[in-house]
Design a protein around this ligand. Structure first.
Ligand SMILES: Nc1ncnc2c1ncn2[C@@H]1O[C@H](COP(=O)(O)OP(=O)(O)OP(=O)(O)O)[C@@H](O)[C@H]1O
Length: 364
């Protein structure tokens, strides 16, 4: 299997006058598990189909390694594809489904048999090889689809929401299967999903998309910890969005003030933000610390608490009227009741600071 690096340079996609992808550039490395993540309609499938060759390209260039593929027919791109609706043939047995692409390529019989058995084995479906797909569960059917896509030893694997027809438990199980097999084969993979948790679980890197524009590319950790705008902060994981003000001290110290006057130093705030500029912060639910009322912090009242075993979930009302979600490791003996007065502290390195409209990060 030759390894492929995918390079997309200034891609443009439109349907009539409707611009779906205005100008998109990205490099997907050899052997990488790369995910396009974004809300419904943001253009993920459209981009994937451009890579596959099923969509016309109105502008820009697509490369597999040094080869420009803009005008290369889909069947010449050596791509394996897996879709949400399995797309396996109902009238063929599991084995014949997996062998299908190999027969199409007119491989010698013994080679077809060998490769078919190899991928049936890798996907752990050998024992069902003589069954028709209708006698398989959804998860097993998706294993067949994956085995069939991989059997042709594609240079690139493209997957479009492959797990969305499965129930929650199977989804979690199958994403492990997908991740493991991708890792084992080291095949360059582009995966489309709107499910951020799924994206975090399988990907080396994720491109978060909105309205045809990549908002940020990064590792799951990187996107979670340092989102580059409020869209990414709120799309990846849960977060609290609060209004603050820039506070610049006479000695040059930079910081922010929350609505009720609580001040936090922010050395990592970019320079040049003027005093009292309204700003927006994003703080993850697990990053707040609840302290007694007589300590320093943002004043708040517990609205309700839910004990979930390992964690306790709080919703609290800040004195400013803003509402905050907090997740804390449970301290069984002192779960706070509704109406409890508390203060919230947050470590400065756990705060992400944005322009007031959330369009830009102000972190250095
Ligand atoms: N053949 C087409 N003709 C016209 N518009 C289209 C066509 N295919 C897609 N679109 C439009 O392009 C936009 C992006 O669609 P796309 O399917 O790429 O989104 P997506 O991010 O994959 O969303 P989803 O998760 O819902 O599939 C949508 O507004 C859609 O209506």
């Amino acid at each position: 299997m030759d390894k492929v690096k995918i390079k997309i340079s200034h891609a443009l996609k439109q349907y009539g006058n409707n611009v779906i992808i205005p100008d998109l550039s990205v490099v997907i490395e050899e052997g990488e598990f790369f995910t396009l993540l974004g809300p419904s309609g943001c253009g993920k499938t459209t981009l994937l189909r451009m890579i596959a060759g099923f969509n016309t390209i109105e502008g820009g260039d697509f490369y597999f390694n040094d080869q420009k593929i803009n005008d290369l027919a889909p069947e010449k791109r050596n791509i394996g594809m897996v879709f949400q609706n399995y797309a396996i043939f109902p009238h063929l047995t599991v084995k014949k489904n997996v062998a299908f692409g190999l027969q199409n390529r007119k491989l010698p019989k013994d080679q077809i048999e060998e490769r078919t058995q190899k991928f049936l084995g890798l996907m752990k479906i050998e024992e069902y090889q003589d069954r028709l797909p209708e006698r398989l569960s959804g998860g097993q059917q998706q294993r067949v689809a994956l085995a069939r896509a991989l059997a042709i030893e594609p240079s690139v694997l493209l997957m479009d929401e492959p797990l969305s027809n499965l129930d929650a438990k199977l989804r979690v199980e199958m994403r492990e299967v997908i991740k493991e097999i991708q890792n084992k084969l080291g095949i360059t993979t582009v995966y489309v999903t709107h499910d951020q948790e799924e994206a975090m679980a399988v990907s080396d890197r994720i491109a978060v998309m909105n309205q045809g524009v990549i908002q940020q590319i990064g590792t799951p950790k990187n996107l979670y910890q340092r989102p580059s705008n409020l869209f990414v902060a709120t799309f990846i994981g849960r977060t609290n969005v609060l209004k603050v003000e820039a506070s610049l001290k006479a000695d040059g110290q930079r910081g922010i003030t929350f609505s009720d006057g609580y001040y936090v130093t922010m050395d990592s705030m970019v320079r040049g933000v003027e005093d009292k500029t309204p700003l927006t912060v994003s703080i993850r639910p697990e990053e707040f610390e609840i302290v007694p009322e007589d300590q320093e912090g943002i004043g708040a009242t517990v609205e309700y608490s839910t004990f979930l075993g390992l964690n306790t979930h709080y919703f609290v009302n800040l004195d400013s009227g803003e509402r905050v979600e907090i997740i804390q490791e449970s301290r069984i003996d002192d779960i706070l009741d509704k109406g409890s007065r508390i203060r919230l502290q947050v470590k400065k390195e756990k705060i992400n600071l944005f322009t007031e409209d959330g369009s830009k990060s102000l972190m250095r």
